[in-house]
Design a binder for this molecule. Structure first.
Ligand code: 13P
Ligand code: SF4
Length: 365
C-alpha cells in the first residue's frame, strides 16, 4: 500500500545509528524487491549495505542482469542512468541523493559536443572519418549521440579494446570527456603524442588549426577528474625513494606522467584485484579515491600488505560521498512504504540510442 512521501527533512538531522536501524528495517521489509549496487568509491557506512559492488563496467553488466523491481544505485548520476537504460522497463533505478553527480561528466554536454561535431565537419567527413567514443562518465544524451553517429561507450577497464574497435571502422576518434583516459589509451596503442590533440570546447574549432585536426588520430576533449588530477609524479618519486621495493598502481584518470611512472594502471576493479592477488608483505602506493584505498588497506592488512594513498591531501569523490546513511534510510523507507523517491528516468528518445552505444560496448568487451 502506498503512503504519503516521507520528506527528507525528517532524516536530515537523524543520527547515524538511528539511520542504520531504519536502513536495516526497511531492507527487511523490501526483501528481494530492492537490490543495492555500490561503486568502489562509496563511503564505508553505505558500502556495508551493498548487495553487489564493482567498477563502472561491472556495475553496468550487473544492472542489466538485475531482477529486482528497484535498483538502488549508491554511486553517481551517470551510473544510475546506465542502470535505467540497461534494465527492463518495469524496473526503477534510484539515486539516493540527486546531487551526487560527476564533475568530470559535467565537463561535456550535448550542445558542446554537437558544436564540436559541426566544426570538425568543416575540415573532415566526420561520419566517414571519426568515431565518437564517450567514457561512461557522461550524461545519457552523450551516449545517445554516440549511438546515433556510429560511436560507442567505454569504461576505464575496456578503453583499449573499444578504441581498437573504433579504429577498425574509422581513422580517427573523438574521445570525451576525459582527456587523460583517452591519452593513456592512445599511448598504450602506440599513437604518438603529437597525433593526439586536445579539443578545448570553449574555443572556436577547439583551439586547433585545420592542419592539426587533419593530423590528429585522437581528439581528446579537455576534461578531467578533479579527484585524480591531485596525484602528482612527485608523490611517486618520494615513495620510490623511501620504499625502493614498493609498487605503484594508478587509475587511468590520473595525469599522463603519473600513469607513465606507475607499475600498473587500471580501473578500480583492476586495482582491487591486483592488490588482493599480490604476494604477501608487499607495499603499494595507490592513485585513486580515498574510500577505496582505505577499505583495501584494511582488507589486505592481515597478509602483511601495506597500502598507501598517493597524495598527502584528502582526495575523495565529494559527490559520491553525498550518498550518506541519511539519504539511504530516507530512500529505502519510502520504497518500503510503496513510494518511489529520486527515480532516474532517461527520456525515451535518448534511451534507445544510448542503449545501442552501451550494447556495442558490452558486445565488444
Ligand atoms: P571505474 O570504471 O574504474 O570504476 O572508474 C569510475 C570512476 O568514476 C573513476 O573515477
Ligand atoms: Fe567523477 Fe572523478 Fe568522482 Fe569518478 S572520482 S565519479 S570521475 S568526480
Amino acid at each position: 500500500m502506498q503512503t504519503a512521501t516521507i520528506r527528507f527533512d525528517t532524516f536530515n538531522q537523524l543520527p547515524d545509528e538511528a539511520c542504520h536501524r531504519r536502513i536495516r528495517a526497511a531492507r527487511e521489509r523490501l526483501g528481494k524487491r530492492a537490490v543495492l549496487l555500490c561503486h568502489h568509491y562509496q563511503r564505508a557506512d553505505v558500502y556495508q549495505y551493498a548487495d553487489l559492488t564493482g567498477d563502472s563496467l561491472k556495475l553496468s553488466r550487473l544492472a542489466a542482469q538485475a531482477e529486482a523491481q528497484y535498483i538502488v544505485f549508491c554511486g553517481v548520476h551517470f551510473m544510475a542512468e546506465v542502470a535505467d537504460i540497461m534494465s527492463a522497463p518495469e524496473q526503477i533505478a534510484i539515486l539516493p541523493d540527486l546531487a551526487a553527480g560527476c564533475s568530470m561528466a559535467d565537463m561535456a554536454n550535448l550542445a558542446k559536443v554537437e558544436r564540436c561535431w559541426r566544426e570538425l565537419g568543416e575540415v573532415l567527413d566526420v561520419e566517414q572519418q571519426v568515431t565518437p567514443v564517450t567514457y561512461i562518465n557522461s550524461a545519457a544524451d552523450l551516449k545517445a549521440f554516440c549511438g546515433e553517429h556510429g560511436g560507442i561507450v567505454c569504461t576505464s577497464s575496456n578503453a583499449g579494446t573499444i578504441a581498437g574497435w573504433a579504429f577498425a571502422r574509422r581513422e580517427k576518434i573523438l574521445f570525451f570527456p576525459d582527456q587523460h583516459l583517452g591519452r593513456w589509451t592512445g599511448y598504450r596503442m602506440g599513437i604518438p603524442l603529437d597525433e593526439m590533440m586536445v579539443w578545448d570546447p570553449d574555443l572556436e574549432m577547439g583551439g586547433l588549426s585545420a592542419e592539426q585536426i587533419r593530423r590528429a588520430k585522437l581528439l581528446l576533449w579537455k576534461g578531467h577528474c578533479s579527484v585524480h588530477q591531485m596525484f602528482q609524479p612527485a608523490h611517486i618519486l618520494r615513495f620510490r625513494n623511501q620504499h625502493p621495493d614498493g609498487l605503484v598502481i594508478a587509475h587511468p584518470e590520473c595525469r599522463f606522467e603519473v600513469c607513465q611512472q606507475a607499475d600498473h594502471v587500471g580501473s578500480t576493479e583492476h586495482i582491487v584485484r591486483t592488490i588482493k592477488e599480490a604476494s604477501p608483505n608487499t607495499r603499494w602506493l595507490v592513485g585513486t579515491e580515498l574510500n577505496l584505498v582505505n577499505r583495501l588497506a584494511e582488507e589486505v592488512k592481515p597478509e602483511g600488505k601495506i597500502v598507501q594513498f598517493m597524495a598527502p591531501t584528502v582526495c575523495m569523490c565529494s559527490t559520491m560521498q553525498r550518498i550518506d546513511p541519511q539519504h539511504l534510510a530516507w530512500t529505502l523507507e519510502n520504497l518500503a512504504d510503496g513510494t518511489v523517491v529520486n527515480a532516474i528516468t532517461v527520456p525515451e528518445h535518448e534511451k534507445g540510442l544510448a542503449k545501442l552505444a552501451l550494447d556495442r560496448m558490452l558486445a565488444v568487451s
